[in-house]
Ligand binder design. Structure first.
Ligand SMILES: Cc1ncc(COP(=O)(O)O)c(C=O)c1O
Length: 344
């Protein structure tokens, strides 16, 4: 098969992550996170975020998201998110299940970013009305589901509205590192300094095998999260294996190198696509994902040539392309050359 742009989770894990798991699997260690490695992860993430954080490792991004939301939202509450968000469209009914029935409320906004004014309006609707679902929390995705990245000002515009209404803010950071290198800011600036209470710190798409961290800045939520993680079956007995992945991910700038590569490959791909007649790029890619409309027949031609990407979910001739820490440069160049051949 030629290069695949299906998703960033089709790539396996970085070698140092696998190696770290092999090392961590030797000998005995206390279970359920009472091992030295797990304590080290908390220390490393506290250093990373320049803040004394609580950390709950889980094995999927969905678990990180829905557990975070469940700790900040009562069953009668509403969670405001973008209408394109993963929690609303791609996590089955897990948010409803884990919150005990809270309602996800999709807000519109260009480039899959929540429009602050629409958010404000929605939050102010029916406050205190016993018959109505009550505003309870806000969740934003960084990177967004269409490959755009909120600027720090855009994050603050959302969190300020949330804070005015005393609502906690969650960030779905499944592609946290890609967003961070795109903005060139610090992890602290993109999160707690911008008013975020909890982040789902994704790592699996960017090099780990199955290790995601719920990073808590607002520690009022921590006690509840601890009990909820166990109840959800996410308190892994061999936590040290998840921790070893996260330690490797945070060591020697692996997170940064991997994200920079994925973003650079997307920039190359996007620049190439601009030179292919008839290709229309939707939201310009800022990180490692882009949607575009292809001329009739091009998607089928490229698939027949052995390239892989998702198609069909977003309407005729619209495809999604995602690069990863493993995407080869030659693969990107070949893909563009093939697309051009189709138009000749
Ligand atoms: C924006 C976003 N959030 C969260 C996730 C986490 O999903 P998973 O449970 O598959 O790890 C994904 C994965 O596709 C995603 O794209």
């Amino acid at each position: 098969m030629k290069v695949a742009f299906t998703s960033d989770n089709i790539a396996g894990a970085s070698e140092s992550v696998v190696q770290a798991m092999v090392e961590a699997s030797k000998g005995d260690a206390m279970p359920y996170g009472n091992d030295e490695g797990t304590a080290k992860v908390t220390q490393m993430l506290s250093d990373f975020f320049e803040c004394d954080v609580d950390v709950f490792l889980v094995s999927t991004g969905t678990a990180a998201n829905v557990l975070s939301l469940s700790a900040m939202t009562p069953p009668w509450g509403g969670i405001f998110c973008h209408e394109e968000s993963h929690i609303l469209n791609d996590e089955s009914s897990a948010p409803e299940f884990f919150t005990g029935g809270a309602r996800l409320i999709g807000i519109e906004g260009a480039d899959a970013k929540i429009d602050p004014l629409l958010l404000k309006k929605a939050i102010e609707k029916k406050v205190g009305d016993i018959h109505s679902c009550q505003a309870a929390s806000v969740s934003l995705s960084q990177v967004t589901e269409v490959g755009s990245v909120y600027s720090l000002e855009e994050i603050k515009a959302i969190t300020e509205i949330a804070k005015e209404a005393q609502l906690p803010v969650h960030m779905d950071g499944a592609r946290f590192a890609n967003a961070l290198v795109a903005l060139g800011c610090t992890p602290a600036e993109m999160t707690w300094k911008a008013g975020v209470d909890v982040v789902s710190f994704g790592a699996t798409k960017n090099g780990t095998m199955a290790s995601e961290a719920i990073v808590v800045f607002n520690k009022d939520l921590s006690k509840e999260l601890a009990f909820r993680r166990k109840r959800a079956g996410q308190l892994h007995s061999k936590m040290r294996l998840l921790s070893s992945q996260m330690i490797a991910y945070l060591s020697n700038d692996l997170w940064r190198d991997n994200a920079e590569h994925a973003n650079a490959m997307m920039a190359l791909l996007q620049d190439g696509l601009k030179t292919v007649p008839g290709v229309k790029i939707h939201t310009p890619a800022q990180a490692n994902m882009v949607f575009c409309t292809l001329p009739k027949g091009m998607a089928d031609y490229l698939l027949s040539q052995g390239y892989a990407f998702y198609t069909g979910r977003w309407g005729d001739d619209v495809i999604r392309l995602v690069t990863s820490f493993r995407t080869p440069k030659e693969g990107v160049e070949d893909f563009i050359a093939s697309a051009k051949r189709f138009t000749e």
